[in-house]
Design a protein. Structure first.
Lengths: 407, 284
């Protein structure tokens, strides 16, 4: 059975490579003889090579076996469990707390489909109002956090997120145009999410084209600079549209600041397929994203098609982000604070980062939404205010404490 | 019994109208150490980049372990990547350690060495038991057990270079390509790293190709030297035959004295009027 460490048998050099692999696994006693064949005459003062070889009979060997494997950054069960507990706890709190306080045990029973003893009105509150809102917050938070982590990985830039790349600005312009065209009124036109989505994809495409033209050796910096330029341009265009249509300015602001207040199962169903697709693509690139951290050249020398992987991950993350933004408005900082917190406490590898960002991102946004609807109850704060209020100081803290980490 | 690990024929690399490599040919046997020397801008780094596929040659061929990876096209046009040899396959042949490697933030030594297994990791998958075993072996071989859990950014230059070697070793490629492995290391660390490379190639039968600025180190450690100037090999052979005062004066424009220690050349700088170089490197 060919092992992964070996070349296809058709390779003429396969025997040499197997030799290399074998030499790695066990040091053949006869290898030293090859030196003479090759005509190398070791100098006395160049040291005895065998003295550098680790003694296999070292008594410390057994202890070291544990030590080396323990050096790997792995998704520790305790963190996975913590993430799942956070999601469940946030969900329960999100369902229980509100203008009508509900009994936690009854809520849990109701959600699990058990006889709960709740009144028909309470059941309706759970199923029609709070559950879709909590589920949407979970999906949006998970999407924004994992896409933020993916952007940071794929651009090897800790500051990359939907904002840096112009995705959010594009979505903002799309929504503003849609609302302005819809004219003043209390109801937000149904095609706003579609327009936001189109704007987001347009922005990504613009950023990508702008950041990747001008030679084969394009840099990560060029892409970020392009993203900033695209974002500025689209934001200017959005401001212009807003000023020309002052009658709808309040609606636009409400959308920009983000809201989950109008969430129903319809929004959940819009987002769900994109969430699943994006998550599948990102998780399947957990190894490759780590390799991209070595820089384009080294990743390519290790056999990675850097260009294709980067395009694929950026498109997937942008699709997810645009879908999330189009149903929830612009919710800042989730894509930055959640992945950075995970990195600081649980480790940097994407096998750790992506799953934990999904879980903690979801839990974080449920709680942020809870704060948004309870702090000034019965009025609601835009959720973007909550995430920015906690996000900005946290971000400053990250910048201050981990200079090494941000390089 | 030695097989040819690497054969390069008439390699030309052109960028923006400048010929960085201009018909370079060289050959390395399995278990052999070839040091590539030459003045700044001679094309040493370009050669490394062409060998691992970071730049596409405009002409010539590259053969790795008897397998054509870049084939000369008959007639007109650029040489083509040989069918059936993917980027991944190539990474199984050549392990590359660049001059200034990117050290990713928050990676432990074990994480970093494991990335050397990338050419064997299934597409969309992650590391297997055998990958972790290879990582473990490589770390032990370079005596890095104590550092396995350390953040790579906290290591000293010499320790970091050993970690890079461990990553290259985990890649299990028969050719080890190092671009200036001693740059930015102190004298002790330089010797330690070169001794390790020497031990590894004897043990595992690796073909080693290093570019080296330090001519004495190149003369002391390598089996053969190739002196590159203006993108082509101008002298190839044993250290004694390549490292003579005339070659150094002509291609480096340097006044040096070559003495012999243990039968190998040692190059010493001398004060005095600097000779004029008589090569194309300055013009290019």
């Amino acid at each position: 059975m060919p092992t992964e460490g070996q070349l296809p048998p058709t390779a003429k050099g396969a025997d040499r490579l197997e030799d290399a692999g074998r030499g790695l696994a066990t040091t053949p006693a006869g290898e030293g003889g090859d030196a003479a064949v090759l005509g190398v005459s070791p100098l006395p003062d160049r040291g005895n090579p065998t003295a550098l070889i680790q003694d296999a009979s070292n008594p410390a060997e057994a202890g070291d076996a544990v030590a080396v494997a323990a050096g790997l950054t792995r998704l520790r069960p305790v963190w996975l469990a913590a993430g799942i507990v956070a999601v469940i706890a946030a969900t329960v709190v999100g369902l229980v707390v509100g203008s009508v306080a509900l009994p936690p045990v009854g809520v849990i029973k109701e959600v699990l489909g058990l006889p709960s003893g709740l009144s028909a009105a309470d059941v309706a509150i759970i199923h029609e109002l709070r559950l879709p809102r909590v589920v949407l917050a979970l999906l949006v938070g998970a999407t924004l956090a994992s896409c933020g982590a993916a952007y940071q990985g794929v651009f090897a830039n800790p500051l990359a997120d939907p904002y840096t790349l112009g995705v959010a600005a594009g979505a903002g312009l799309g929504a503003t145009v849609a609302i302005a065209l819809g004219g003043p009124g209390s109801a937000t036109p149904g095609y706003v999410p579609v327009a936001a989505f189109a704007g987001a994809l347009l922005a990504v495409a613009l950023t990508y084209v702008l950041g990747t033209t001008g030679g084969r050796s394009r840099s990560v910096t060029a892409l970020i600079v392009a993203g900033v330029a695209v974002a500025s341009f689209l934001t200017a265009a959005q401001t212009y549209v807003m000023q020309r249509n002052t009658d709808t300015i309040r609606q636009v602001y409400a959308w920009i600041l983000g809201r989950l207040s109008t969430a129903g199962w319809g929004e959940v169903l819009i987002l769900l397929p994109y969430f699943l697709l994006t998550t599948a693509v990102l998780l399947s690139h957990r190894w490759t994203l780590d390799v991209l951290g070595l820089g384009d050249d080294e990743a390519a020398a290790l056999g990675i098609n850097v260009r294709r992987i980067r395009l694929l991950v950026v498109v997937a993350a942008s699709l997810g982000t645009a879908a999330a933004v189009s149903v929830s408005g612009l919710i800042a900082f989730v894509g930055i604070i959640v992945p950075h917190t995970v990195r600081l406490v649980a480790g940097s590898g994407h096998r750790v980062l992506l799953p934990l960002s999904l879980l903690f991102g979801g839990a974080f946004l449920v709680l942020a939404d809870l704060a948004a609807r309870t702090i000034m109850a019965p009025a609601e704060l835009p959720i973007g205010v909550i995430t920015a209020f906690f996000g900005a100081p946290f971000f400053a803290l990250v910048l201050h404490t981990s200079r090494r980490y941000l390089r | 019994m030695s097989a040819t690990a690497l054969a390069v024929h008439d390699l030309v690399v052109q960028a923006a109208g400048v010929r960085l490599l201009d018909g370079l040919s060289l050959r390395v046997e399995a278990g052999e150490w070839l040091a590539v020397i030459g003045p700044n801008g001679a094309g040493k780094s370009t050669m490394c980049r062409a060998l691992v596929g970071l730049v596409e040659p405009t002409a010539g061929s590259i053969e790795l372990c008897g397998r054509q990876v870049i084939t000369r096209r008959v007639g007109r046009g650029r040489p083509v990547r040989a069918a059936g040899v993917s980027r991944r396959d190539r990474a199984r042949f050549v392990a590359y350690v660049p001059q200034t490697p990117v050290v990713p933030a928050g990676f432990s030594v074990a994480d970093y060495v494991l990335l050397g297994r990338t050419p064997y990791v299934r597409s969309l998958g992650t590391d297997s038991v055998s990958d972790r075993a290879a990582m473990d072996q490589a770390i032990r071989r370079l005596g890095l057990e104590r550092f396995a859990g350390r953040d790579i950014a906290t290591l000293s230059g010499g320790e970091r270079q050993r970690v890079l070697l461990a990553r290259a070793l985990a890649q299990a490629a028969p050719i080890l390509l190092l671009d200036e492995p001693t740059t930015a290391l102190d004298l002790g660390a330089q010797q330690e790293v070169l001794e390790l490379i020497d031990a590894l190639r004897h043990e595992v039968g690796l073909a080693v190709v290093t570019t080296l600025h330090d001519l004495t180190l190149a003369g002391q450690y390598s089996d053969r030297l190739v002196l590159i100037d203006a993108g082509r090999a101008v002298a190839t052979g044993s250290p004694e035959s390549v490292l003579n005062e005339e070659n150094i004066e002509r291609f480096y424009g340097a006044r040096m004295k070559v003495v012999y220690e243990h039968g190998r050349p040692v190059v010493l700088p001398l004060r005095g009027p600097v000779p004029v170089r008589t090569t194309g490197a300055e013009a290019g």
